[in-house]
Design a protein around this ligand. Structure first.
Ligand code: COA
Length: 325
């Protein structure tokens, strides 16, 4: 049976770096508070020409180059994002245009911070029906455009960026071994971002004219820790893989305390759990593919290594997936 393999990775980040010291001048916060509560030191903020689709296309181009695949060979582009440039067309269609991937069909997927994980799982299902497919799976966000820069509860946490994988069919035992995706819409209010207001005032009587991310941080934290631990455990149990056999866990990068709790739960040493939340903050659907690209380019992954991804985000959505590299 053929399963999805990742033949190339890429990432793209805006040039501008926003430090905790910069934030001290914007809201009532401190470098000490942000670092100790979140592990975040800096994040990247988009400027002109660095919209979600541009970052997504730049990351995609690098993944294609690494895999030696021409954009014209692509069959499908899927972008996990909650911050597309436009509601219509999708970010994925703009990426298709930018890359001149003329044969590819393209669409976005909204699963918040779990968007890349959902998209990768979907790509695997397409590959299992046709292993010759070449699919670009991207996680891309410009959350800086949807954050309330006066709300210290949220504005210190998020950043912009994109990561991409070129996915195709592999031979033998390598590739996507298993995934477990979950959702619980009943908890939506704990972490949400309203849609842009429409013209039908009966449908949205109390709408905010410029909605921003709203979050009850402590509650989200509690759920995130439990949910990611549970998802990883389910995937390990389903595959019979022991945690100590994992070469690398790449968790969603939201908060260093969530990541450390996961590592402790799995009994894994710090060097087996990838962390870059200090540099980029929470880039939602982009955190895992950016981290994967960094780890890959740093030579941290060798053929047949077992790699676990896990994520948690608004919805709530969450899950985990296991790959043999
Ligand atoms: N600077 C200084 N103080 C801040 C602050 C900031 N940027 N943000 C919040 N505070 C204050 C709060 O107002 C609160 O003050 P109070 O006790 O007087 O009410 C205090 O710090 C503690 O807040 P609390 O929410 O208990 O802190 P915490 O330890 O839970 O950390 C988060 C807050 C947001 C960092 C943490 O809850 C978190 O990471 N949650 C999950 C976020 C997340 O992952 N979201 C995305 C999921 S994909």
């Amino acid at each position: 049976m053929s399963r999805a393999i990742i033949a190339g990775t890429g990432s793209a980040l805006p040039d501008r770096v926003l430090t905790n010291r910069d934030l001290e001048r914007m809201v009532e916060t401190s470098d000490e508070w942000i670092t100790s509560r979140t592990g975040i030191n800096t994040r990247r903020i988009s400027g002109a020409g660095e919209g979600t689709s541009r970052l997504a296309a730049a990351a995609g181009r690098k993944a294609l180059a690494m895999a030696g695949v021409d954009p014209g060979e692509l069959d499908m582009i899927v972008v996990g994002t909650i911050t597309p440039d436009m509601t219509m067309p999708s970010c994925a269609c703009l990426v298709q245009k930018e890359l001149k991937a003329v044969r590819a069909f393209a669409f976005d997927l909204n699963a918040a911070c779990s968007g890349f994980l959902y998209a990768l799982d979907l790509a695997d299902k397409y590959i299992r029906s046709d292993p010759s497919l070449k699919i670009l799976v991207i996680g891309a966000e410009t959350l800086s455009s949807r954050v309330d820069w006066q709300d210290r509860n949220t504005c210190v946490l998020f950043g912009d960026g994109a990561g991409a994988c070129l996915v195709t069919g592999g031979a033998g035992e390598r590739g996507y071994l298993a995934g477990k995706l979950m959702a619980d819409g009943s908890l939506w209010e704990l972490l949400h971002l309203e849609a842009a207001p429409g013209h039908n005032r009966d449908l949205r009587p109390n709408h905010d004219s410029s909605p921003s991310i709203r979050m009850q941080g402590r509650e989200v934290f509690r759920h995130a820790v439990r949910a990611m631990e549970d998802a990883v455990t389910r995937v390990l149990n389903a595959t019979g893989v022991k945690a100590e056999s994992l070469r690398l866990v790449i968790p969603h990068q939201a908060n260093i305390r969530i990541i450390k709790s996961l590592a402790e739960h799995l009994g894994l040493p710090p060097e087996k759990v990838y962390v870059n939340v200090d540099k980029y903050g929470n880039t939602s659907a982009a955190t895992i593919p950016i981290a994967l690209d960094e780890a890959n380019r740093a030579g941290l992954l060798a053929p047949d290594d077992l790699v676990m991804f896990c994520a948690f985000g608004g919805g709530f959505t969450w899950g985990a997936s296991l790959l043999k590299w």
